[in-house]
Design a protein around this ligand. Structure first.
Ligand SMILES: O=P(O)(O)O[C@H]1O[C@H](CO)[C@@H](O)[C@H]1O
Ligand SMILES: O=c1cc[nH]c(=O)[nH]1
Length: 236
C-alpha cells in the first residue's frame, strides 16, 4: 500500500491523467465507463475506469510541486507509465487569451522541489512521442492552442519579492502554473513518459487577488483539454 496516495502497487492503469483539483478528477472520472474511486487520501483522489475500452486512471495531485511530486512518485510505483497533466495556467500573451490552451513541450524549473532532485541545467521536458499524439488530438478538436514552454513557479500570490513573470514572458515562455516541471523531471528520472496541457484561466502577471477561474470560457477549455487527453490515450 503506497503511504500517501493509499493505493496498492499494480492497482492502477499504466495510463494516468493527473490534475490539481480533486473536483476536476471527479469530473474526468465521470467521462469513464465503470468508474470507481479507489482512494481519496489527503488531496489525492484516485479513480479507475475505461475510455473506449482502455483502462485509465485519474488522480488529483493538489497545488504545488512538493505535494504533487509525492503523488507522481507513488503513481509511478503503483504502475503509471504514461501520464498526462490536464491543468490550468495563467497566460503570458494576448495571443493566447483565457479559454485557449497551451501544450507544454517544456517547463521552466522555477520551483524549489526539482532543485532537491536533480542539478541545475537538467531540463524539464515532455515525452516527444506523447507530445506529438497530444497535438494530433488537439488539432482534431479544433481548439486554439500554443505549443511551447510553461513556467512552473511556487508562489501563487506575490509578496514584496515579485514573481519574475515578465522576465519569463520576455524569454518566450507562454504561461505559468505550479507543478509541471516536477512531473517532467520525475518522469524522466523514473523512466516513464509525461506531457501536459493547460486551459488558460487569465493572465499570470495580473493581480491574483482578482483571480477567478470559474468562468464559462475556462470551463469550456477544461472540457476541451479533457477530451484531448482522453483521445490521446485512446490512440496511444
Ligand atoms: O489546474 P490545476 O491542476 O489546478 O493547477 C493550477 O491551478 C492551481 C492554482 O490555482 C495550481 O495547482 C496550478 O498549477
Ligand atoms: O498557477 C496558476 C494557475 C492558473 N492560473 C494562474 O495564473 N496561475
Amino acid at each position: 500500500m503506497l503511504p500517501n496516495i493509499q493505493v496498492e502497487e499494480g492497482s492502477i492503469s499504466e495510463k494516468v491523467i493527473v490534475c490539481g483539483s480533486p473536483n476536476r478528477a471527479k469530473v474526468i472520472g465521470e467521462r469513464l465507463d465503470h468508474a470507481e474511486e479507489i482512494a481519496y487520501s489527503r488531496e489525492y483522489r484516485i479513480i479507475n475506469g475505461y475510455y473506449k475500452g482502455e483502462k485509465i486512471t485519474v488522480a488529483s495531485h493538489g497545488v504545488g510541486a512538493p505535494g504533487a511530486a509525492v503523488c507522481f512518485e507513488e503513481l509511478i510505483k503503483a504502475g503509471a507509465k504514461k501520464i498526462i497533466r490536464v491543468g490550468t495556467a495563467g497566460s503570458y500573451t494576448e495571443a493566447l487569451p483565457p479559454g485557449s490552451l497551451i501544450i507544454a513541450d517544456s517547463a521552466v524549473r522555477a520551483d524549489g522541489l526539482t532543485r532537491q532532485l536533480v542539478p541545475e541545467g537538467v531540463p524539464a521536458v515532455a515525452d516527444f512521442k506523447m507530445l506529438l499524439k497530444l497535438e494530433e488530438s488537439a488539432k482534431k478538436a479544433n481548439v486554439t492552442y500554443g505549443l511551447g514552454t510553461i513556467a512552473t513557479v511556487d508562489a501563487f500570490y506575490a509578496g514584496p519579492v515579485k514573481i519574475p513573470h515578465m522576465l519569463y514572458k520576455e524569454s518566450g515562455v507562454l504561461g505559468a502554473e505550479m507543478e509541471l516541471a516536477a512531473l517532467y523531471v520525475i518522469a524522466r528520472l523514473r523512466g516513464v513518459s509525461a506531457v501536459g496541457i493547460f486551459a488558460l484561466d487569465g493572465y499570470a502577471f495580473a493581480d491574483m487577488n482578482d483571480y477567478n477561474p470559474h468562468k464559462d470560457v475556462v470551463n469550456a477549455a477544461i472540457q476541451a483539454e479533457i477530451d484531448i487527453a482522453l483521445d490521446t490515450f485512446a490512440n496511444l
